[in-house]
Design a protein around this ligand. Structure first.
Ligand code: NAD
Ligand code: IPM
Ligand code: MN
Length: 349
């Protein structure tokens, strides 16, 4: 038998609603197997901040580090809530976890399932994965402000790119391409961001030389958004910088039937720290508390989690249950928990 320790961070808004369903499906996936999941819940997010003033305490961070994996719903309050002024939940909690746990691979698969109504008239077969760099780029928080509030205010957000950081994520993407269709597109903005672009260009060229069977293609990020809409089936593995990957993956979610289906894993491939699985979407304050959220993205994140833990059979059972549920969707409205129940029931059957 095998015990998996899981830190669960339901978070804010629809986070707790979708995590409840993800846990339901996880429990159903391991029921009757050798695997037992031991969960610890962490109350973190805007709600916790409003109650206690804490964003992420050292104690919570240390406790989270002691787990095998993390399941997160979504964090963040209503944008503009004056009570959250200075809280910075996104940076102080979500990005802090990604950085402290060295989640340098942010894995974001996109599949257009048959029968899913997408916005594209003739999308073709869409099945690609974005490998988004997770610990560098403009997200590092290397910036500052001068003369705040004056007409001469200056703000900087400096993108930090290291040869080490670029190489490890690019290597991971090539390894993934070897296991998939041997096709890799790297996306940047080398025509403008020449310094970072140069590191990416040289690293990709060097790693590509070790993978002569992988077809390599480059797109500027603006052009990548065109092709994601006009010809998404041209993509298989996309590797890109942290900010470009953030933007491309919301677009990828939109073209594959909506953000309610888009799953992700923040991976520490070395296994030194627990990896963290979460839907691509946020806390959706506009629909929170109404059982309107689609929990499928959170449930597919559980499949990524199981796969990461080496439980490939359980992972593919979850994916198949989701595929069957999606195929059976009629367009009639279902509550968040009805969708979770239906997917869990397919696993029990
Ligand atoms: P969002 O993803 O929360 O919502 C964007 C739109 O998508 C909204 O209309 C929402 O109703 C819809 N949506 C999102 N998830 C859905 C689901 N599962 N089913 C159906 N519809 C869904 O993005 P936002 O509005 O920009 O951000 C809201 C808050 O969430 C902010 O505080 C933001 O910082 C935070 N955020 C957190 C994460 C995270 O925790 N990983 C990710 C993105 C945004
Ligand atoms: C995401 C989110 C986060 C990001 C925010 C909330 C910090 O948009 O997970 O895509 O930009 O990475
Ligand atoms: Mn995002």
């Amino acid at each position: 038998s095998r015990v998996v320790s899981l830190a669960v961070i339901p978070g804010d808004g629809i986070g707790p609603e979708v995590v409840t369903e993800a846990e339901k499906v996880l429990d159903a996936a391991v029921a009757g197997t050798e695997v037992t999941v031991e969960k610890t819940r962490f109350s973190l997010g805007a709600g916790r901040f409003l109650e206690t003033g804490d964003t992420l305490t050292d104690e919570d961070l240390a406790a989270i580090k002691g787990h095998d994996a993390i399941l997160l719903g979504a964090v963040g309050g209503v944008p503009g809530d004056p009570r959250l002024k200075g809280a910075n939940i996104e940076r102080g909690l979500l990005l802090k976890l990604r950085f402290e746990l060295d989640h340098y691979v942010n894995l974001r698969p996109s599949v257009l399932y048959p029968s899913v109504p997408g916005p594209l008239a003739d999308a073709g077969a869409v099945d690609f994965v974005v490998v988004r760099e997770g610990t560098e780029g403009p997200y590092v928080g290397n910036g500052g402000a001068l003369r705040r509030g004056t007409p001469h205010e200056v703000a900087t957000e400096v993108s930090v790119n290291t040869a080490f950081g670029v190489e490890r994520v690019v290597r991971h993407a090539f390894d993934l391409a070897e296991k998939r269709s041997k096709k890799l597109t790297w996306v940047h903005k080398t025509n403008v961001l020449v310094h970072a672009g140069s590191i990416w260009q040289r690293v990709v060229a060097a790693v590509a030389a070790e993978h002569p069977d992988v077809a390599v293609d480059y797109l500027h990020v603006d052009a990548a958004t065109i092709f994601l809409v006009t010809n998404p089936s041209r993509f298989d593995v996309i590797v890109t910088d942290n900010l470009f990957g953030d933007i491309l993956t919301d677009l990828a979610g939109a073209i594959t039937g909506g953000i309610g289906l888009a799953a992700s894993g923040n991976i520490n491939p070395d296994g030194a720290f627990p990896s963290m699985f979460e839907p691509v979407h946020g806390s959706a304050p506009d629909i929170a508390g109404q059982q309107k959220a689609d929990p499928t993205a959170a449930i597919l994140s559980v499949a990524l989690l199981l796969d990461h833990l080496g439980l490939a059979e359980e992972a593919s059972r979850v994916t198949r249950a989701v595929e069957a549920d999606i195929a059976a969707r009629t367009g009639a409205a279902r509550t968040t928990s009805e969708i979770g129940d239906a997917i869990a029931a397919r696993l029990q059957a």
